[in-house]
Design a protein. Structure first.
Length: 81
């Protein structure tokens, strides 16, 4: 997963909003980060990286669960279950 664009820095009544576009397997995923006030560049970079890492972890867990389900289905078909 790769960060494509950090954009849409907007002050809202509830705080500060920043949009982040992430690219994964050719698809663009748009996420919104919220802050109490305009974040410093290093704080924003850390949150973007944490977002990217979290999404990668979830995707890896999803793929592992799919692979496990597929292996179980193949095993069950071999033993006649």
């Amino acid at each position: 997963m790769k960060t494509q664009l950090v954009w849409g820095h907007v002050e809202r009544p509830w705080g500060y909003e920043v949009r982040v576009d992430l690219e994964h397997d050719g698809a663009i995923r748009n996420e919104v980060l919220t802050f109490a006030a305009r974040p410093a560049d290093d704080v924003l970079a850390a949150r973007v990286e944490a977002l990217r890492a979290g999404l990668e972890e979830r995707e890896a867990a999803r793929l592992a669960a799919e692979a496990e389900a597929l292996a179980e289905a193949e095993f069950n078909s071999l033993v006649g279950l």
